[in-house]
Structure formats: C-alpha cells, structure tokens
Design a protein around this ligand. Structure first.
Ligand SMILES: Nc1ncnc2c1ncn2[C@@H]1O[C@H](COP(=O)(O)OP(=O)(O)OP(=O)(O)O)[C@@H](O)[C@H]1O
Ligand SMILES: [Mg+2]
Length: 507
C-alpha cells in the first residue's frame, strides 16, 4: 500500500514542500530512501526502525521504499524522521488514514525511543505551510511555541511517535498549541553606561550609532574602556519591532540556535565573534550554506573586538554585506542570499604596542609598524564606518569620581524616540533606519540649505571625502538632527557628523 505525508526542506531561510511517499510491498525485506537524501536522511532508516519498534509498533516485513519528492532537491538533516515513520505506519495499516493528515505538514527528528526531538528551521517550514494554505502542522513539542509565531496554521505539538499515533486514532487527542502572549522582561545583565566614567564623547557617538544603525570604530590605548563601552551598547539599543523580531528569529531557527523556552527573539542580537572565527563562521557558507555571524547579527550589532586581528580576508568579506545589507553565497546550485543588515561596532588599538598618540606613555613601535598595522584595515572598509571615535585613557580623578553617570535607560529612551521618527519617515518602504537610505532617499529626507551645503562642500574638498563618505556624512547628520527632534539638518548637525570621519593614517 502507498502512503503520502507532507514535510518541508529548508533551503537558506526558505522552505520547500517535500512529499514523503512510502510504499510497503513484496520483495527483499529492507528499506530504501530515494530522492537525493544526504547521509543524515539515509541514516533515518535506523532511527525510524528503532523508534517504531520502541513505540509499540512493528516494522513491516516486506520491502519499504521511501521517495522524497521533488527528486531534484537535495534533502538534508533529520527533519524527515517523523514523516517517514508516519508514512510507514500508514502504508502498513497500523494507522488508519485520518482527515487530520489532509494537507498537514509533518516534521521532526526521532530518537531511538520514539521521542520527537528539537528540529532546526521550524519557523521557515511553518511559513511555507501557511503560504500553501495548509491548515495544520505536526511539529516537535519543544518547537511548538516557535512554530506558533507564524499564525494561520494550527500547531499540534508532538512529544513522541506513540502520542501522534494515539492522536490520529482519536484515543488521546493532543490539544493544539495555544500561543502565550506575555513578553518576557528584558534579561540584560551586562554593563550599564552609568558605570563607564568619562568618555562622554564616545558615549555620544555610540548613542548616535544606536539611533541610526551607523557603523562605529573605537580606537585607543589598552585599558581605556573600548571593550567595556561596546559591551554596554545592548543596554541602549532600541527595542525590536515584531517584524524585525520575526526576521531575526527565522535566521536563528535555521541555525538551530533558538532556546525552546524563548522562541521569539525579543532582544536585539549582539554578536561578538572572536577573531579566530573562521571565514564561513563569520560571513556564512559551507556546502550546505548556513548563515554566519553577520546574519545572526541581522537587525542588531556585530561587535568585532581587536579588529586588525581578524585579518584581511575576513574583513574584506564584510565589504559587500556592509553595502548591500545582505550576503550572497555561492553554492553548487546557483547562489543563495541571507539577510545581513547589522550595525558594525569595532574596536582596536592605534598601533601594535597600543600607545600611539597617548600623551603619557611613549609608543615603542618601530617606524613603519604603525602604518602597516593601520593598513590591515583597508580604506574601503574604513570608508564604510561612519563614526570614528578616539577612546583616550582617562585620568585617575575621573575614574575615582563617585558621581553616577547617566543611566542606560535614559539614553535608550532618546534612542527609541529617534528610531520612532525614522519609522514614521520610512512608513510604507522597506527601509527602517537612516543608515538604510540610498541617494534617492537622501535627496528627499536630508536636503541641506545653502550655507550648510557650502560647509559640507568645503569639508569634502579639504578632507578628500569620497562620494560614499559624502552620503554617509549626510545620513549621520540626519540621525543627529533626529536625536534633537529637528526637522531640518543644520550646520551644527553636519559639523558634528564631520567630526566622526577618520583622521588620515600616519606613520
Ligand atoms: N572609563 C572607564 N570607566 C570605568 N572603568 C573603566 C573605564 N575604562 C576602563 N575601565 C576598567 O578597565 C577595564 C578594562 O577596560 P577594557 O577592557 O574596556 O579596555 P580596552 O580599551 O578594551 O583595552 P584593550 O585595548 O586592552 O582591549 C574595564 O573592565 C574596567 O574595569
Ligand atoms: Mg578590549
């Protein structure tokens, strides 16, 4: 007899419906899976066999043929365990066909004892089911709240294979998952801006970066607080909108990084990969392309500490995503694009010994070494960074100052207000922040009066700014004006934006 169950493959972030056909017939006993299965799918035979036996069923004696269609799409991972097991039980008449299964999606990995385990990419699969108008999906119970985020599809949480059988027979129906709507409190436990003494201009720079999603680079001697300041940044990032959360959650789901108890990512991502992370780990890729750190930082922050240590190859890999806000990866069958709209925050010392430019301590670097060190970061990458901040060592008096600084919560309020202005500005477009603006939007939203244009023109000539840098100054000025809740960009806003351009590398 022949049975059919629907499941789903995940390619990149998108799902593709897969029909799992199972035939149990005469012939040499055994099981064969066809339809471009990878090793993990082929291995499902053993898991499925044990899971059926340990759930009180019997593995059929005849020839079991499993076909995964469409045949030209590679099938990876253990997602198909549950649909294959169910197909075998249907085809061998151990489970009666049920209207519950009409147009239903089934996905999940099985353990040998029949427990349905966490399976990555559930959100993408349920979005696909919703797109095809499927009414119902059977998913691992641990992934049910993640699945329910999509809406429109009834989610049946399945603990074990036996539970699914008893549900379909009507003996012990499983209640559909009810979405819980109480958002958890913020869990931020890191550094508060009030703990950082002095460095007021750096805090101001980071406030602007958070407001308009602008890239920033902190440069200064050892122990001046660069890492501390960057690590405090999550405490002032604006809250994520639901649409942003869903975008980010989909990426984490595909990577299998969502904690089951908090399926929807509500905190803006803050990713701080170490400089030893591989190229693929940072940018994404692999023979089955997976999103890298830059995609995991989508709608949030990518913090690269000790920037020059990352090396030229990885840093150059950031150039295209920084410009396009997506990353395009080559793979055997064409290319694949992942979202990568992140704010880059980087930190570095000004030279190998760390003390170049320090008023108190002499730099011990050999002549030429400073220039070589700074050139590890290419011009095109520096050009993409809007906010360059010097982080000097602070005097002892300032460090021992007991007066509390401004709390992160107060700064975050200003940031959120500036974001709200941008949200209103870009309603009905795909843009969310000032950093997303292209030349067309700049003409519309960042027009300058004659005096301000003249100031900017003079600066462009004097500082030798590129066309990209010119546009980046305008975007930054727009954000500075938004923080001041001013409609028009003034000379003061442009002047402040210009302050954040890099000084030319010396040495
Ligand atoms: N402005 C500051 N206010 C309060 N504490 C500070 C400040 N600057 C530095 N510190 C203290 O010094 C420690 C080291 O700072 P941090 O790690 O941020 O330095 P860094 O600039 O990243 O240095 P490196 O260049 O060596 O990486 C912090 O953990 C903190 O305890
Ligand atoms: Mg540091």
């Amino acid at each position: 007899m022949l049975a059919k169950v629907f499941s789903c493959a995940v390619v990149g972030l998108d799902g593709v419906l897969v029909e799992v056909e199972v035939d149990v017939g005469q012939g040499v006993p055994g099981m064969v899976v066809v339809g471009l299965p990878d090793a993990a799918v082929r291995e499902s035979q053993d898991r499925v066999r044990a899971a059926i036996r340990n759930s009180g069923g019997r593995f059929p004696v005849g020839r079991v043929t499993v076909n995964l269609a469409p045949a030209d799409l590679k099938k990876a991972g253990p997602t198909y365990d549950l649909p294959i097991a169910l197909g075998i039980l249907l085809a061998s008449n151990q489970v009666a066909p049920s209207p519950q299964l009409d147009d239903a999606l089934v996905a999940g990995e099985l353990s040998l004892d029949g427990v349905v385990r966490h399976t990555p990419g559930i959100i993408s699969m349920i979005s696909t089911a919703a797109g095809h108008g499927m009414p119902r999906a059977f998913v691992p119970a641990v992934d049910a709240s993640e699945a329910a985020l999509v809406g429109d599809v009834e989610i049946i949480p399945v603990q074990t294979l036996a539970d699914l059988v008893n549900h379909l027979s009507g003996e012990a129906p499983i209640a559909p998952h009810c979405a819980d709507s109480t958002p958890p409190e913020s869990l931020y436990l890191g550094v508060d801006f009030s703990e950082v003494k002095g460095q007021e201009h750096v805090k101001r720079g980071l406030e602007i970066a958070a407001s308009g999603a602008h890239n920033a680079l902190l440069s200064g001697p050892p122990g001046s607080g660069k890492t501390m300041l960057a690590r405090a940044l999550p405490s002032i990032l604006p809250p994520m909108t639901i649409a942003e959360s869903l975008e980010a959650t989909k990426i984490y789901s595909v990577r299998g990084l969502l904690p089951p108890e908090t399926p929807l990512l509500r905190e803006r991502p803050f990713r701080a990969p170490h400089h030893t992370t591989s190229y693929v780990g940072l940018v994404g890729g692999g023979s089955w392309p997976r999103p890298g750190e830059i995609s995991l930082a989508h709608r949030g922050v990518l913090f690269l500490d000790e920037l020059p240590e990352f090396g030229a190859t990885k840093l150059e890999g950031l150039r295209q995503p920084l410009e396009d806000r997506t990353v395009t990866l080559a793979r055997a069958a064409g290319t694949l694009t992942f979202p990568a709209n992140f704010t880059l925050i980087a930190a570095m010392n000004p030279c190998p010994c760390g003390y170049y430019g320090d008023p108190r301590r002499a730099c011990s670097c050999a002549p030429g070494a400073i220039g070589r060190y700074q050139k590890r970061i290419s011009g095109p990458l520096l050009d993409r960074i809007d906010i360059h901040l010097d982080v000097p060592r602070i005097p002892h008096e300032q460090l021992s100052d007991r007066r509390p600084g401004e709390l992160s919560a107060a700064i975050q309020e200003r940031v959120a207000r500036a974001r709200a202005i941008q949200a209103t500005r870009f309603t009905g477009t795909a843009l969310l922040t000032n950093a997303d603006m292209g030349p067309k939007e700049l003409r519309q939203h960042a027009a300058l009066d004659d005096a301000t244009e003249a100031l900017l023109g003079a600066a462009v000539r004097q500082m030798g700014l590129s066309a990209r840098a010119y546009h980046r100054v305008l975007k930054l000025a727009r954000t500075i004006a938004d923080l001041a809740a001013e409609e028009c960009i003034t000379t003061a806003h442009v002047a402040e934006a210009l302050q954040y351009r890099p000084r030319v590398a010396e040495g």
